[in-house]
Design a protein around this ligand. Sequence first.
Ligand code: FAD
Length: 456
Amino acid sequence: MNKNRIEIIKTAELSIDKGEYVLYWMQQSMRVNYNHALNYAIERANESFLPVLVYFTIDTAFPYINKRSLFFMLEGLEEVKEELTNRGINFIIEIGNVKDTINKYLKHTMLLITDKGYLRYQKSIREECFGLIDKNYPNIRIVMIDQDVIVPVNIVSQKVEYGAYTIRPKITKMYLDYLDFHNLKEVENKTKLNYQNIDIKFLYSVINVDDSVFKSEVFIGGYSQAKKILYDFINNKLNYYLASSDPGLDLTSKLSMYLHFGQISSLEILEHVLQAISNKQIDKNAGDSFIEQVLIRRELAYNYVTYNKYYDNFLFITESWAYKTMNEHANDKKEYIYSISEMIKLKTHDIYFNAAMKEMLETGYMHNYMRMYWAKKIIEWTPTFEEAYNIIVLLNNKYFIDGRDANSYAGIAWCFGKHDRPWKERNIFGKLRYMNDKGLERKFDINKYINRINSL
Ligand SMILES: Cc1cc2nc3c(=O)[nH]c(=O)nc-3n(C[C@H](O)[C@H](O)[C@H](O)COP(=O)(O)OP(=O)(O)OC[C@H]3O[C@@H](n4cnc5c(N)ncnc54)[C@H](O)[C@@H]3O)c2cc1C
């Protein structure tokens, strides 16, 4: 692993008589493959011939958690458990807040390794846990690994970037140093630790979360699904990716939800895509345009949520020119006003918006171009910009399997001018970029999209 991924949160001398195992608190990276933190835990354990214990907690207070996101996560965790067990690695699942559930596992470890979380809640639970260790277990060393991006966020840049054009040269210059592909080491001590574990199958029915959003019938969670989708994408779609902004063509990867739950790493995706380009299986321009999304645009979003600590507060999400123009157009007359419930019931006059909503409600996913169109329409039909923002965030995080992500906040902020530029001034939107149905009809075979969604 590139050493820059390692953040030593707390130093303490490692000594074998201080612990019975090495503890890896898995939270962001719910995978076995290309999990540097897990590999690091195995290396440290092997040095002292100790077993590895992987701990995961299902936090029912996690913002926006519901049946859809929970089931997708559990499907992934079932595979993680099986894979770890096959490798002789202990895996324990708890339900509840980390600071209440990790305590008994801290007592017997000499070291805590964890993966990095990028959003406020993820950071706060880590800080609580580290505080607990500081207070009660001064001899435990804490190491955090930044592994759900290609280049660690603080290495790429130390400030909020203006846009893809400012972060692209920085990432391009350094990302080759972070292609730290690896095979997971074998753990030498496979002792089965005596902790009672929960049967994941049992959890589907007992965990009490918002059940107003049902499980996606289209997408199943887990690494093997992610891999299947990745191979299908590379073999059948990637060569045509330059045309993928057309929602009718269905040419994108649909990997965002697997990336969101850390069920596959962007590093593994990039490895396969680079290989396909170098084998000439994939046209370089097509491959590069996908890399622009999965590397540059995605990591721009991580930069945004890292350096803008108010990334989800409407008053701080975008640039001053955008606030100025929104203020100037705050009282523009709006031809249509729809409530959130009318939108959910697909009762707007706009068939494209209704189709996009249907895709979101029924599958938990929406095509990128339709996400932009959908959010712009909510801005157009809601009394104020701030109300529109709140509705978009709510729907986004409740219904998308990939919601509650750095990409969610950056994608929504983009609709309000962030990482974009001023456009020709017009009613309601001012200088924010405007989108309309005529644009969809002119650019794309949009009826194909409508037919696909209608047939769901
Ligand atoms: C209003 C709005 C809301 C959005 N909400 C989310 C969200 O909740 N979660 C989410 O993951 N993405 C979100 N996005 C970004 C983007 O729409 C999705 O990442 C993309 O549509 C996922 O589909 P895919 O995996 O098939 O994409 P592909 O085209 O196959 O791209 C591959 C990967 O690249 C990354 N990527 C693609 N487009 C973008 C982009 N515009 N910005 C940043 N990264 C990108 C994603 O990780 C994606 O999985 C949002 C965009 C907008 C405009």
